[in-house]
Design a protein around this ligand. Structure first.
Ligand code: BYC
Length: 331
């Protein structure tokens, strides 16, 4: 088992390492600039390690909490085929969370510590999962828009400078692309169905569009981590650049569906060859991050309940591991 804890002694609250001198930092940056992959036992600045733990753990928490809005629809899926696809998708999200916790652990933080941060409400997870999935069309909109935004953000992360995160993203992105297709296909079926079904798809787009736009994070001018994360090649594009790519990809897809993006200012700009769009309600974003979104409390309560109900599984796994170890030692 490799871990950064092997060569990073001392308290995890430290901002710099004692051996961080200008020459070492310059050598590290040169490796990044040369597109070298940083691996768990390589030397790295403390701020790089902390940024990765922050982003990877928030990402892992998002995958875990992200199971909840769709999980609620597993028993209400309209057919066996829909149920099987949704079940597979929700299980994939759980798997993504587990790869990501494992990637974070290579940086010297424990899974228990990260889980505790989520359950206590101290950790962030994606704002999007604090909105409710009210109708079956929301399952289509989540797959189409939320997984669509996730792919837009995660494809560049496959080239992240930190090896374990980049490698986890390759598999995650393959699965996300199936998720997006299943969501779009639900939307297409509804939009080709009865007028009531099409109205339901339009209503889901109306409610999920702006929260999906917020998934990319605050505007570049207010993004506190973008500059350092871009210099370290953790992020390859800024929040606004990815948001623009998302709009440019999604608007034509909405046109195929025959439903309207709920933005009166949306306009194709021939000069920039991009869609321009209206203002985002950043106050709503701030409220969701502060714990005041429509479902923040419910999501945390559900995660805490699931964790408590799973205690016997963790105890059984530990007892089994201890028995195997004792048997191996006796042999
Ligand atoms: N929600 O300086 P910034 C999925 C925070 S799940 C909440 O721009 P950064 C799926 C940010 O953390 C995929 N918080 O930050 C699962 C920071 O706060 P702290 C989720 C947000 O890190 C199930 C502060 O605002 N994807 O696909 O440079 C079903 C300032 O922001 C959000 C990922 O996690 C937000 N939306 O850039 C379906 C991708 N945005 O930490 C689908 C990995 C910002 O200083 N993460 N904040 O307290 C990233 O790429 C980056 O972390 C972000 C933000 C682009 C999200």
């Amino acid at each position: 088992m490799y871990t950064q804890a092997l060569n990073a002694a001392g308290p995890s609250s430290r901002q710099t390492r004692p051996d961080e001198d200008a020459e070492r930092l310059a050598r590290f940056q040169a490796r990044i600039d040369a597109e070298d992959r940083i691996e768990p036992n390589d030397w790295m600045p403390e701020a790089y390690r902390r940024t990765l733990i922050r982003q990877i753990s928030q990402h892992a928490h998002s995958e875990i909490v992200g199971q909840l809005p769709e999980g609620r629809w597993l028993t209400r899926a309209p057919s066996l085929r829909r149920k099987a696809a949704l079940l597979a998708k929700v299980q994939d999200e759980c798997g993504h969370g587990l790869y990501l916790y494992a990637a974070a652990e290579t940086l010297g933080v424990s899974r228990e510590e990260l889980t505790e941060q989520l359950l206590s409400g101290r950790a962030k997870y994606s704002s999007i999962f604090n909105y409710p999935a009210l109708t079956w069309a929301d399952i289509g909109a989540i797959g189409w828009l939320v997984d669509g935004a996730a792919i837009m953000n995660q494809i560049p992360l496959c080239r992240c400078s930190y090896g374990p995160y980049a490698r986890a993203m390759v598999r995650v992105c393959k699965e996300e692309s199936f998720h997006q297709r299943q969501g779009y296909e639900i939307m297409l079926t509804l939009c080709r169905g009865t007028p009531e079904q099409k109205a339901m798809a339009q209503d889901a787009l109306n409610r999920w569009w702006w929260p999906a736009m917020m998934m990319f994070g605050p505007p570049d001018g207010q993004s506190q981590h973008s500059d350092s994360s871009m210099a370290w090649k953790i992020k390859r594009f800024t929040n606004d650049e990815l948001r623009q790519r998302f709009v440019d990809a999604m608007v034509p897809q909405a046109q195929v569906l025959g439903i309207e993006v709920p933005d009166p200012d949306l306009l194709w700009d021939e000069a920039t060859r991009h869609f321009s769009f209206g203002p985002i309600d950043w106050e709503e974003f701030r409220q969701v991050l502060a714990g005041n979104g429509p479902c923040n409390r419910e999501r945390l309560a559900d995660r805490n309940q699931a964790h408590a109900e799973g205690a016997w599984v963790r105890e059984a796994a530990l007892a089994h591991a201890a028995k195997r170890q004792a048997r191996a030692l006796a042999a």
